[in-house]
Design a protein around this ligand. Sequence first.
Ligand SMILES: Cc1cc2nc3c(=O)[nH]c(=O)nc-3n(C[C@H](O)[C@H](O)[C@H](O)COP(=O)(O)O)c2cc1C
Length: 189
Amino acid sequence: MIKDLITKNRSYRRFRQDVAVELDTLKDLVDMARLSASAANMQPLRYILSCAPEKNALIFSFLGWAAYLKDWPGPREGERPSAYIIVLEDTRIGHPLHCDHGIAAQSILLGATEKGLGGCMIGSVDKKGLRRALEIPDHFEVLLVLALGEPGEKVVIETVGPGGDIKYWRDGEGVHHVPKRSLDEIIIG
Ligand SMILES: Cc1cc2nc3c(=O)[nH]c(=O)nc-3n(C[C@H](O)[C@H](O)[C@H](O)COP(=O)(O)O)c2cc1C
């Protein structure tokens, strides 16, 4: 079950923008992050939720999409995410940040996958711009933006070829291919 979910949980960057994601769904996903592991149990993460078209459009303007797809500027109007969860650190907690946000993001995306949604972690964020636009107080650090919605593209996994190229690519039919290193390559001892 969990392996199926992890396999299905791909990074989706094109969505059916007309399919709304409810606020309660986002809250339920954050609840899964809330229940996840946290270094020293400090729980420094905070969240901003968005599922309204205007707020979504604002957030979208600060995101960078699929750096390897040089000719693709990101999802066009109509295929953009229907919702976002912005993951922030409350720096007032004052404890060194470890990988809490990665764990939280994965919990959220696995939960989204189980609900028939899909998403993408976005680290390429104009954090200053987003902070200003959403009037985020200085003591919150933007860590990641999670784009969410009903997937509107097909994503397939393949094994990295002999040339070792790990760059994802899109074929003529618009299918997104993600090369993954083999188990033999990554287990080193
Ligand atoms: C921390 C992190 C940051 C990422 N940032 C971006 C990003 O800024 N833009 C983007 O399009 N994808 C981003 N991704 C998605 C990766 O490109 C994606 O995970 C990778 O291509 C493998 O595809 P998969 O998630 O389907 O396995 C990010 C992923 C992670 C884990």
